[in-house]
Design a protein around this ligand. Structure first.
Ligand SMILES: Nc1nc2c(ncn2[C@@H]2O[C@H](COP(=O)(O)OP(=O)(O)OP(=O)(O)O)[C@@H](O)[C@H]2O)c(=O)[nH]1
Length: 453
């Protein structure tokens, strides 16, 4: 949000002036003059009295006589400048002592002006007006700086000021929270300490370009980076960098933590790959995985085995126990398949309804057949009662296995058709069994012919 530009307000006519002089005649004359100018006035005839009034009423300006009995003007000014409540009040000295040393001593104690006595009233008024104007401007700037600091301190986003060398010159409290250390600790680091070396180098190159190429106009830019927190934990954050228009090369860096966003994105991506009922891979994920392994097998020349599994007489199971019981049975069968696909190159998936598939990369026909047999036995061993099955008292499955070493000329569908055919052969052979098609067999040739058609 853009802040309003600093507006130097004209001195308020009712600004409060404290006049300090031990001579009652001077006090009276000055008071009269200041009142005529529209100022509110307070008077004190000693330094002690002046301190007490200043602390109570916080005047906008003090006209202070230098030579006074007891506490003189210089000491009074020194004490005003030491007290947090009065140190910002401008002090104008008035004195008959107008040697250079006197004037210098006055300014050294913190006064903003020094007027020689005898006083010329028009000059006093002009000097008071000028100092009130300056004070007004300085107050506005102070207020604006305070406001900016409050905004920066309470921002949820991390804000840094970064030098052209990558050194962090300033970090706000949110930066400290994001990175798990105090802003002061961050101010001893560089951007390179927070980022992976390659990314940090890209930023340094960009800073160097900004500094060395006169025609280069850097644009603000945002990108996702992995930031190393002070305890070494890595977090995903958006880093926005914008050059500051200053005489030295400085950049504003904004950090926005996107770890939660990333986590839910990952969770969503993961959910999109899973079958909601069985929580194993879904068909889409399986197809992508198969494509990948297919290409890898072409390159490596290793065999690729596909296993197709269909639950036997599942319609009857549903009819007997209801759809909900059928769902539970499918979940248990899926868990068995998942247990038999432990390697990173194996994948068990629900392909649709009561049909499942498994891919075993780098697996020979013999090993694939052995795995399929182990799966068949494990499903039967679940002992899920299926009283109306003509095959067994338990839920069983029929399994088809196909293995091939794919080449560039093959199509993945060939493997699928072969495994499906083998699975139907297992059904025809009485179910609860495993059938296999090997590349080169007569059944395989039939599949080939079928797919080539
Ligand atoms: N409970 C449940 N049943 C399903 C689901 N998906 C498919 N089915 C049922 O699975 C049954 C499949 O039946 P069919 O394709 O006739 O085959 P089958 O009864 O298993 O007989 P065979 O395959 O010849 O042994 C159908 O009744 C579908 O409704 C599911 O998500 N949950």
């Amino acid at each position: 949000m853009p802040l309003p530009a600093t507006i130097a307000r004209a001195p308020r006519r009712d600004a409060a002036i404290l006049i300090v002089d031990d001579a009652p005649a001077n006090l009276g004359m000055l008071r009269k003059m200041m009142t005529q100018q529209g100022y509110q006035t307070f008077v004190a005839n000693s330094g002690e009295r002046a301190l007490s009034i200043a602390r109570r009423v916080h005047p906008d300006l003090i006209l202070l006589d230098v030579v006074m009995p007891g506490m003189d003007g210089l000491e009074t000014c020194r004490q005003l400048k030491q007290h947090p409540g009065t140190q910002r009040i401008p002090v104008i000295f008035m004195s008959a002592r107008s040697e250079t040393d006197d004037v210098v001593a006055g300014f050294d104690t913190g006064a903003v002006d020094y007027i020689s006595k005898p006083l010329r009233m028009a000059e006093v008024c002009a000097r008071v007006r000028a100092q009130l104007q300056i004070r007004n401007t300085s107050d506005s700037q102070h207020e604006q700086a305070q406001r900016l600091r409050t905004i920066v301190d309470s921002m949820a986003e991390g804000l840094m000021i970064i030098e052209g060398t990558g050194r962090i010159q300033y970090a706000n409290p949110a930066c400290g929270r994001y990175l798990g250390c105090s802003p002061e600790t961050l101010e001893q680091k560089t951007l390179c300490d927070l980022l992976a070396p390659q990314v940090a180098q890209e930023y340094l190159d960009y800073f160097a370009r900004c500094a060395s190429e006169p025609g280069f106009e850097p644009q603000p830019g945002a990108r996702e980076v992995v930031v190393r927190q002070c305890d070494g934990t890595l977090r995903a954050m958006d880093l926005t960098l914008a050059p500051m228009a200053m005489h030295e090369t400085l950049f504003i860096g904004l950090l926005h933590d996107i770890t939660h966003h990333k986590q839910s994105e990952t969770a969503l991506q993961r959910a999109a790959l899973l079958d909601p009922l069985t929580k194993i891979a879904n068909r889409r994920h399986f197809d992508t995985f198969l494509d990948m392994e297919w290409q890898r097998a072409i390159r490596s020349g290793e065999p690729l085995s596909l296993v197709v599994i269909d639950v036997d007489h599942f319609k009857l199971y549903n009819d007997s126990f209801g759809h909900a019981a059928g769902d539970l049975a499918l979940q248990q069968v899926a868990a068995v398949l998942q247990d038999h696909a432990p390697r990173a190159t194996d994948l068990a998936a629900r392909y649709g309804g009561e049909e499942f598939v498994l891919l075993f990369a780098e697996t020979s026909p013999a090993d694939a057949a052995a795995l399929a047999e182990a799966i068949r036995a494990a499903v039967e061993a679940l002992h899920l009662p299926h009283p109306r099955s003509a095959t067994s008292s338990w839920i069983t499955c029929s399994i088809g296995v196909a293995t091939m070493m794919p080449t560039q000329l093959d199509h993945v569908e060939k493997l699928f058709v072969a495994a499906d055919r083998a699975m139907y052969a297992a059904k025809e052979a009485g179910r609860n069994s495993v059938r296999q098609v090997d590349a080169g067999s007569s059944a395989w040739e039939a599949v080939k012919a079928l797919v080539m058609r």
